[in-house]
Design a protein around this ligand. Structure first.
Ligand SMILES: Cc1cc2nc3c(=O)[nH]c(=O)nc-3n(C[C@H](O)[C@H](O)[C@H](O)COP(=O)(O)OP(=O)(O)OC[C@H]3O[C@@H](n4cnc5c(N)ncnc54)[C@H](O)[C@@H]3O)c2cc1C
Length: 823
């Protein structure tokens, strides 16, 4: 019975849907053709199939070719002479249409067509301008107006004719000399985005189908020491980000293949093995990826590149994870003085510029899909977001709040950036330390997983009309961390300054647990640790507060803090986390010249207690005066606020803050004395063994750079050292409070100033408010300078000084004197 026009339309719509399934790899071309036959019937298929697949000629020529071949092969079996004529007619009609498509396409695109060796490809509309810019940057001949060289256009038409001739030959049983180009593998790692992705853009220029893959190999991520590279929260983020990336790829006609690495020997999954299998399955000859800079991942990638090269496959790496490739940073012309500070790093980058940053790349509008997709596993099989189960079988969804707080997609990242640049950035310069207001960008997890490129963020920040230099400097901090990791590959587990390995750390597990769970009895610390646990994030200022508390007051080793952060932060980043914890733990290249007080720090970041009330709701009814120090609150008031220590809110786990700070200082003085070969006799600065990567540079510089110290055969590098430590070593019995270089940051209100304000309040309200405002501004500026590593303004006479005058012997900076040689 003849079918109605509506039924035929429905069937055609269904076939189009199936074509999309083939494009994303969920159906294969043979399956599609078989389904067409059964849905449309042989006659309808014969007359309609070529029309239905015609749009593919432009979008995915290889798949189009494949489907045409299947069609020809099938109907050639039933050919009469008349049929053959009809087929020839259908093919030549198709050729004419294809040439039309080609001529339009040549106006739009200068990409290779799959199947046309050496020619340009499918038209990702947005990528056109970008690729032209890239071509200019790389010295590729620029295309004529209209996008295609005439000779190329001619070649393309010829090539297309060749292909159709081959198809006809195939249809009448003659051998075909034409083979489709092998696909390229696009190896996604921490670059889970479509925007400004150099490897992705380069894959489009290969003129072949692209197979995006993600290989999960946790052992390789981990490296040689205890890095905890992918803790629970970041694995959860990764799971969500991969799912979002896969959806974005499907939107542009592609798909993400998940592979769980295996076959590396001794039960260790290896990316190389997985790639080799993928290459065998797909016939790919090129693998493209964006570089990672952890030394062990770079070594892995180098090994993969040479092994693949032996098999005739090229691994091409692109730079985009940092603004500056850390392996290209040189200290030449700057020297080593001040190494570890962001200012020194920026001087090195300025003095030795690398390749031009270039403009950010637009996302592609489409990605040529493979005709056949390799076998992957489901995202769940990677086991990134597995939740533990209780004995009764119910799931413990510890990530429920993380899920509520974040949008894990690339669009979410872009939206967050936009929102920050329209609002928070205006307060960032002065008020980024506030914990109670969204004044920072919250972009760290997106930058970590490469859902935003730093170049994209930097260029967006530069376009805003307000002052963004402080924010831009943060991106330099990020690069600095990666540079330090390349210099000291054991940064995540080994103290950089040798004497500090011998510090006498506490082993109180109950203290560690209380800190981790946000149950120390110090509301500011507890609020931050609970925010971390629930949302996977806390602000930079709060990270300093909790790190100071762990190290200077609980005397717990910095590695414990690093590991907890790695497990709980959604932005856990081996390089940044290790650099910051080493600095906080007093043993990094640039140890902090400040210690945060667990109560007074609140005056800057949470003056009204809003932050503490949010994360410690059991304290919400306390007045502003006591919210940060409930132990000072009168019992009657505590009762009214429903606070019972040890029941509703924990007792303080330590109470002798001053004593503990003094003890910490004395410990440092002790190890510096014991290992005095690592203390420069002239400057009093700590000495650090020169990392091998800097040694060769220094050998070249040694004639001019008086910074390096030679001890026996070991080269030692003087590094920035807290003046408080230098003084303490010469005066070992001094209390922390009596040390003239006391590094404690008290927030903006000290006890003395409380009294002054109270006194002035009685006399003159206006004066007190003005006084308070001026003092607050001074304090904030000074705090900022310290945290940013900027020099302090000259100190006033008669006050406690942390920055000495030129006459002060502790003012001698690393490398300030002559070369010292220890025999
Ligand atoms: C003890 C400690 C541990 C830390 N661990 C991490 C970590 O594992 N991962 C991480 O991304 N950051 C870490 N930081 C740095 C910083 O706290 C976070 O990058 C920042 O809080 C993220 O919030 P944001 O995106 O709003 O930052 P913004 O202030 O808006 O800064 C923008 C971006 O600059 C980078 N950045 C900011 N501060 C630093 C810094 N000090 N060092 C290097 N890069 C920086 C981040 O990529 C950040 O997203 C740590 C800081 C401390 C004190």
């Amino acid at each position: 019975m003849p079918r109605s026009a509506a039924a035929i339309d429905d069937s055609k719509a269904w076939v189009r849907k199936m074509i999309r399934e083939v494009l994303v790899g969920r159906e294969d071309p043979e399956g599609l053709f078989a389904m067409c036959l059964s849905v449309l019937g042989p006659q309808e298929t014969r007359s309609q199939f070529l029309c239905l697949i015609r749009p593919l000629a432009a979008a995915n020529a290889e798949l189009h070719f494949r489907l045409s071949s299947i069609y020809q092969e099938y109907f050639s079996k039933f050919q009469t002479e008349e049929d053959e004529l009809e087929l020839a007619l259908a093919l030549s009609l198709m050729e004419i249409k294809d040439q039309d498509v080609l001529s339009t396409q040549s106006q739009e695109s200068r990409f290779l067509q799959p199947g046309d060796e050496g020619l340009k490809q499918t038209p990702p509309e947005n990528a056109v301008g970008t690729c032209a810019a890239e071509a200019i940057a790389r010295g590729v001949p620029v295309m004529e107006e209209g996008g295609v060289h005439q000779s190329e256009k001619g070649n393309r038409v010829k090539s297309r004719r060749r292909r159709h001739r081959a198809a006809r030959q195939q249809a009448v049983g003659l051998p075909s000399s034409l083979s489709a180009p092998p696909p390229v593998l696009l190896w996604f790692r921490r670059d889970l985005r479509l925007c400004d992705n150099p490897a992705l853009s380069a894959s489009l220029e290969c003129g072949a189908p692209v197979i995006p893959v993600f290989i999960w190999s946790p052992e390789e991520e981990e490296g040689p020491g205890t890095t905890l590279a992918t803790g629970g929260a970041s694995k959860y983020w990764l799971h969500q980000a991969l799912s979002c990336l896969c959806a974005s790829l499907e939107h542009i006609g592609s798909h993400l293949v998940y592979i769980k690495a295996h076959g590396g020997g001794a039960g260790v999954g290896s990316s190389l093995h997985s790639l080799q299998e993928l290459i065998k399955d797909t016939g790919a000859r090129t693998v493209l990826a964006n570089a990672l800079y952890e030394p062990w991942l770079k070594a892995r990638d180098d090994a993969v590149a040479s092994a693949l090269q032996k098999d005739g496959t090229e691994l091409r790496m692109f730079h985009s994870y940092c603004l500056r490739d850390p392996y290209s940073v040189s200290t030449e012309g700057v020297g080593l003085r001040g190494i570890g500070s962001v200012s020194h790093f920026m001087s090195c980058c300025k003095q030795n510029p690398a390749s031009v940053l270039g403009m950010a790349l637009d996302p592609p509008a489409s990605l040529p899909a493979a005709a056949q997709w390799p076998q992957g596993v489901s995202l769940d099989t990677l086991g990134l977001a597995q939740m533990p189960r209780r004995k009764d079988g119910t799931v413990i969804n510890w990530a429920a709040d993380i899920q509520k707080c974040w949008d894990f997609s690339e669009e979410g990242a872009q939206a967050r950036l936009e929102a920050f640049l329209q609002d928070g950035v205006y307060r960032y310069h002065k008020e980024s330390g506030r914990a109670d207001a969204p004044n920072t960008s919250c972009l760290s997890p997106y930058l970590h997983f490469g859902q935003l490129s730093p170049r994209w963020v930097l260029q967006a920040a530069k376009r805003t009309c307000c002052q963004t230099s402080k924010f831009q400097r943060k991106l330099a901090w990020r690069d600095l961390a990666y540079w330090q990791l390349t210099l000291f590959p054991d940064l995540p587990w080994e103290s950089v300054r040798p004497p500090y390995k011998a510090l006498c750390w506490s082993s109180r597990r109950d203290h560690l647990k209380a800190w981790q769970r946000g149950r120390t009895g110090y509301p500011l610390v507890d609020a931050a640790m609970r925010q971390l646990w629930l949302t996977g994030w806390m602000s930079n200022y709060m990270r300093h507060v909790v790190a100071s508390f762990l190290i200077a007051y609980l005397h717990l080793p910095w590695q414990q803090g690093y590991r907890w952060f790695q497990d709980t932060l959604v932005d856990a980043d081996v390089a940044i986390d290790a650099m910051m914890w080493q600095n906080g733990g007093m043993c990094g290249l640039d140890h902090w010249n400040f210690v945060m007080h667990p109560v007074d720090a609140a005056m800057t970041c949470d003056p009204c207690g809003t932050y503490v009330r949010k994360w410690c709701p059991e304290l919400a009814d306390l007045s502003d005066e006591f919210i940060h120090k409930p132990w000072k609150c009168p019992i009657s008031m505590l009762r009214r606020s429903g606070v019972v220590f040890g029941q509703t809110y924990p007792e303080r786990i330590i109470t002798d803050l001053e004593e503990r700070r003094s003890q910490s200082l004395q410990d440092v003085a002790h190890v510096r004395k014991e290992f005095n070969q690592y203390v420069d006799k002239h400057t009093g600065c700590d000495l650090v063994p020169l990392p091998p990567r800097l040694l060769s540079e220094t050998m070249g510089l040694s004639q001019k750079d008086d910074c390096v110290v030679l001890e026996g055969k070991q080269f030692l590098l003087p590094v920035i050292t807290r003046m408080e430590f230098k003084y303490q070593q010469e005066n070992p019995d001094t209390d922390a409070a009596a040390n003239p270089y006391n590094a404690l940051l008290k927030g903006y209100v000290s006890r003395k100033r409380d009294e002054t304000i109270a006194f002035l309040n009685e006399r003159d309200f206006t004066a007190s408010v003005m006084y308070e405002a001026v003092q607050r501004k001074e304090r904030l500026e000074s705090d900022h300078r310290r945290m940013e590593g900027l020099p302090e303004p000259p100190a006033l006479r008669g006050k406690v000084r942390r920055t000495p005058t030129a006459k002060d012997k502790f003012s001698i900076v690393p490398g300030g004197g002559a070369v010292t040689s220890f025999e």
